[in-house]
Design a protein around this ligand. Structure first.
Ligand code: GCU
Length: 615
């Protein structure tokens, strides 16, 4: 087999790992021997302590390093020890434990091997309608996940196509069991996305959650599934969302739907992840009353407290859909009696598709200003992994997987420190170059944001593919995604006098967002309809700010390209990153010119600085 080029934060991942390691402690022993040999550290003694679960403690006894930890904790400790050695950082002091118990990666992999919104190649574990994988790569995947601290992998797309329904049917269970076994030594449990209407494939006339036959079908299925995979983490469901079936068909609530499934899997200790991505995707653009960001709150807030104990409602971080900048989803702040999971997206669907640079930790950290980490009890992120040699398409996109793991372990972690540690572990560049790389990553979101849709407006992407500009691409569509730009103004009034969206927030946030004077400028066009001649806090008009941002965004991307060229990256990363940067520059210039021309044509306003805007 050819060597797989996978340069990650684990400097020794290129060395294969034996097949006969059964427990995380076995893996820890192997990894420490390999890693400490390469990194030049003493091999610690491992002291398993089952009571510690996922926690670990690294300390020195009689001058020798010791790692104590629970079943998976001991492996997490081993990785932490080696990362500290490799990064030249102090070993974390005291007992370390994850902030979130459930740290999930949601994979939108289809059984045919394609990946919805995947930008890193085909699926690592599906092909031809079911499981099929290269054991070596899956062991590498296991190490990647364990070293990032991710403990649940949802293996298939939330949109469950017919082939994937087979995963939990009798013929599919041996494949699922084998895959679970492959990842078990790394402390990773599987989860499966299921279709709410699945009983109807098996002669049950209805999927009504209150129907006894449908309930029995799910209970029997759960028995069979957990018999095959006793440590399966649970099921995940996208119901009544973007044409997926759900309880609304039967006039039932989402609590009734979720609880029915939750009761089927409860005897096996399974959790039911129920996604809150519910909105009308058949809206008429002439309808100015329906406001898509309000949909999840309207559906779920009234159900607070009505979900069973093993249901977790998974809510996207913003009320739309992983746009570059959205306010926190009000649903996450409205359900104190419901278990909530925060859903993030590592796959860069709207954020540059792993061509443009976009490091996410700064964005997640900022989210914490409005969403206290305690507000949710789990985190999930849409995976950016695929079969590409480097797993993530862009060699730097791995920073988002690593960073997600760090965030899930400690949501208050300093983003700059995370980006620096990743850069150091992955490339070990001279200090000046490391600073340049970290600076580039830290600024990457701001740069991307400046040259794409302005000030929280969202959705100016090419429809369908979601890469590149199309200011009116979604304007007359069914998706509830409008900017309503005309010759005087742009944006939707979401205040009390407009759609009323702002009223879904608790008092403090409502006050912050309801006036254009207190609303953060980067969210101005999310909450307000604003005239182009509106004077912003810094004295510029809105239209001038739009022009300035777009010119500055491209200039900053050009500066990033120059900085990138100065990094002594190893091959193939150097060529790959350079190739993608060239595409990013092209994309940035296209965005700048399309957006500036769009607003120039509508408003007729000249650029005060006389720069080139095409007519
Ligand atoms: C977005 C994305 C879809 C995905 C959906 C979801 O709309 O474009 O591909 O299925 O989100 O999160 O369910």
């Amino acid at each position: 087999m050819n060597d797989i080029i996978c340069r990650t934060w684990l400097p020794y991942l290129d060395a294969d790992i034996p097949v006969d390691l059964i427990t995380p402690a076995d893996v820890a022993v192997f990894e420490l021997e390999l890693g400490c040999d390469r990194l030049g550290g003493a091999i610690p003694e491992l002291r398993p302590d089952p009571a510690m679960g996922e926690s670990y403690h690294i300390f020195t006894e009689n001058g020798k390093p010791v790692i104590s930890g629970g079943r998976t904790g001991i492996l997490y400790g081993a990785y932490a020890y080696m990362e500290s050695l490799a990064a030249g950082e102090a070993i974390p002091a005291g007992v370390q434990q994850p902030f979130y118990k459930l740290r999930m990666l949601d994979c939108w992999d289809n059984a045919d091997g394609s990946v919805e919104r995947g930008y890193s190649g085909r699926s690592l574990w599906f092909e031809g309608g079911g499981f099929q994988w290269d054991p070596r790569r899956i062991r590498q995947l296991g190490r990647i996940l364990a070293s990032a601290g991710i403990n649940v992998l949802c293996v298939n797309n939330v949109n469950v196509h017919p082939e994937a329904e087979g995963l939990i049917e009798d013929a599919g269970l041996p494949g699922l069991a084998a895959f679970a076994e492959a990842l078990r030594p790394f402390g990773v449990r599987l989860m499966v996305s299921v279709s709410f209407a699945q009983p109807m494939r098996h002669g049950i006339p209805t999927a009504d959650p209150l129907d006894a036959a449908a309930q029995k079908w799910w209970a029997d299925r759960a028995d069979a599934v957990w018999k095959a995979v006793p440590d399966l983490a649970g099921f995940l469901v996208k119901a009544d969302s973007e044409h997926n079936p759900g309880p609304f068909t039967y006039g039932r609530s989402h609590a009734e739907g979720a609880n029915m499934l939750a009761r089927a899997i409860a005897p096996h200790g399974g959790v039911l992840i129920w996604r809150a991505f519910v909105y009308n995707c058949m809206q008429d653009w002439r309808d100015t009353v329906t406001d898509r960001p309000m949909a999840a709150f309207n559906t779920y807030a009234p159900l607070d407290g009505r979900f069973d104990d093993n249901v977790i409602l998974q809510v996207k971080h913003g009320p739309f859909d992983f746009q570059v900048r959205e306010p926190v989803s009000p649903t996450l702040l409205a359900m104190p009696h419901t278990k909530l999971a925060l859903e993030l997206q590592l796959a860069q669907e709207y954020t540059g598709q792993q061509v443009d640079l976009y490091a996410m930790n700064p964005m997640w950290r900022a989210l914490g200003e409005d969403l206290p980490p305690e507000q949710v009890m789990a985190v999930a992120a849409v995976s950016n992994l695929g079969r590409d040699d480097n797993f993530t398409g862009h060699p730097f996109a791995a920073v988002n997987l690593y960073g997600y793991g760090q965030y899930a372990w400690n949501p208050r972690v300093d983003p700059a420190a995370v980006l620096r540690r990743w850069a150091r572990l992955t490339y070990a560049l001279p200090r000046g170059q490391e600073d340049a790389l970290v600076g580039m990553l830290l600024d990457s979101r701001t740069v991307y944001e400046k040259y794409t849709a302005p000030l929280g407006l969202c959705w100016m992407v090419n429809p369908g593919g979601h890469y590149g500009p199309s200011p009116w691409g979604y304007e007359f569509s069914l998706w509830g995604t409008y900017n309503r730009a005309d010759r005087n103004a742009v944006g939707i009034d979401r205040t009390a006098g407009g759609t009323g969206y702002v009223l879904q927030y608790p008092e403090a946030l409502r006050r912050k967002y309801e006036s254009p004077d207190t609303c953060p400028d980067k969210l101005l066009l999310f909450f307000h309809r604003v005239r182009y001649d509106h004077v912003m806090a810094d004295g510029r008009t809105l239209i001038q700010r739009i022009y300035d941002d777009h010119f500055e965004g491209v200039e900053a991307a050009e500066a990033m390209a120059a900085a990138l060229a100065g990094l002594d990256l190893p091959e193939p990363d150097r060529s790959e990153a350079a190739r993608r940067m060239e595409a990013q520059l092209k994309n940035a210039r296209e965005w700048r010119d399309v957006v500036n021309t769009f607003f120039h044509r509508l408003s007729g306003a000249a650029d005060e600085k006389g720069r080139r805007i095409y007519d």
